[in-house]
Design a protein around this ligand. Structure first.
Ligand SMILES: Nc1ncnc2c1ncn2[C@@H]1O[C@H](COP(=O)(O)OP(=O)(O)OP(=O)(O)O)[C@@H](O)[C@H]1O
Ligand code: SF4
Ligand SMILES: [Mg+2]
Length: 319
């Protein structure tokens, strides 16, 4: 459904430096699958989501949504992309126009992208809002009259109104109160049953949430995927040292803390000056001198289908 091949998104800075936000990223999400995209702040997660919807231009690489070539889309294909793929952002407050009722917010996309008008349009809007737990008495309210959780449900209703095949959710709960987060997560989880064919890319810092919502997960570090596979395999038996470190950084009760857990040390390097060889070598606890800092690790496929980018993913030293 969503296929990204060797994607690069570079941002030139006025200083002459280049931010390599995404730098050779490859991933594939099957129809109906929800994939989590995790990684530290600045690893390039949002940029991948935005590039998939052409909200930022790619520098090189291929992005396909079904048979649609996103990076080359023009005119009619761009309109097709707008209805096929939708994005929900972290902050629902700034995603909604304060002068528009929520009924209009949901209707707007339908008017632009479909031929629905009059009663059929009103019915569709009401159906979408009600499915998100917002009954009729809310429909003529303005965003400031709603809570953060209600606003985010409006954003999800608006995205789903166009019957997209792909939904990108960029940290949809992290700007909300903890009590409201659970409510949004329940809404998202019920989407699996209501729309089994919907493909989702779920960007998050929260590994527990990814485990709750996603079937697969891709771990990103400095613009690339370092490990990708079924959520249970990656979380229960992480292979890449970075995945291990990320998991060890999750606060867990003392009793369940494993003695082999490692800590993530230091800050993520700047994407304007990527380390040579394996980009993780400056922080990796098992990095091997003259190997990891020199040679780029290949993508290795493990027996369970997982993909890992580390010289030692199979336990042996590189040639
Ligand atoms: N338009 C832009 N111009 C210059 N640099 C940018 C631009 N957009 C993103 N970046 C940089 O690209 C890198 C990746 O940013 P991105 O927002 O994709 O990371 P992220 O993984 O989503 O982080 P977070 O978890 O904080 O949301 C960062 O260093 C960011 O500063
Ligand atoms: S390739 Fe080397 S530096 Fe990179 S993750 Fe593997 S061991 Fe660590
Ligand atoms: Mg982000």
């Amino acid at each position: 459904m969503l296929e990204i091949e060797n994607l690069k998104v570079h941002f030139p800075l006025p200083s002459g430096q280049t931010v390599r936000a995404v730098d050779g990223l490859t991933l594939k999400i099957a129809p109906g699958e929800t994939m989590g995209l995790v990684g530290e702040s600045g690893s390039g997660k949002s940029t991948v989501g935005k590039a998939a919807l052409r909200l930022v231009d790619s520098t090189s690489g291929v992005i396909r949504i079904g048979d649609l070539d996103v990076t080359k889309a023009r005119g009619r294909q761009m309109r097709k992309l707008r209805s096929r793929a939708q994005m929900v952002f972290q902050d629902p407050h700034s995603s909604l126009n304060p002068r528009m009722t929520i009924r209009r917010a949901v209707a707007e996309g339908l008017i632009l992208n479909t031929s629905l008008r009059g009663k059929a349009l009103r019915d569709k809007v009401a159906e979408m809002l009600e499915a998100m737990g917002l009954p009729a008495q809310f429909h003529d309210r303005f965003p400031h009259e709603l809570s953060g959780g209600q606003k985010q449900r409006v954003c999800i209703a608006r995205a789903l109104a166009l019957d997209p095949e792909l939904l990108v959710l960029d940290e949809p709960t992290s700007a909300l109160d903890v009590s409201v987060q659970a409510q949004i997560l329940r809404v998202l989880r019920s989407l699996h049953e209501a729309r089994p064919e919907l493909t989702q890319l779920f960007i998050s810092h929260n590994l527990a949430v990814v485990r709750f919502l996603c079937q697969s997960v891709a771990v990103m570090y400095l613009g690339r995927i370092v490990e990708m596979g079924p959520v249970d395999r990656v979380f229960d038996a992480p292979s890449h040292p970075y995945t291990k470190a990320l998991l060890s950084a999750v606060p867990v009760p003392e009793a369940t803390r494993r003695p082999d857990r490692i800590r993530l040390q230091g800050d993520i390097p700047s994407p304007t000056a990527l380390p040579t060889g394996c980009a993780f070598h400056t922080r990796c606890p098992i990095a091997k001198k003259d190997v990891c800092n020199v040679q780029e690790p290949p993508r290795i496929e493990l027996q369970d289908g997982r993909l890992v980018r580390c010289h030692f993913a199979l336990g042996s030293a590189p040639e």
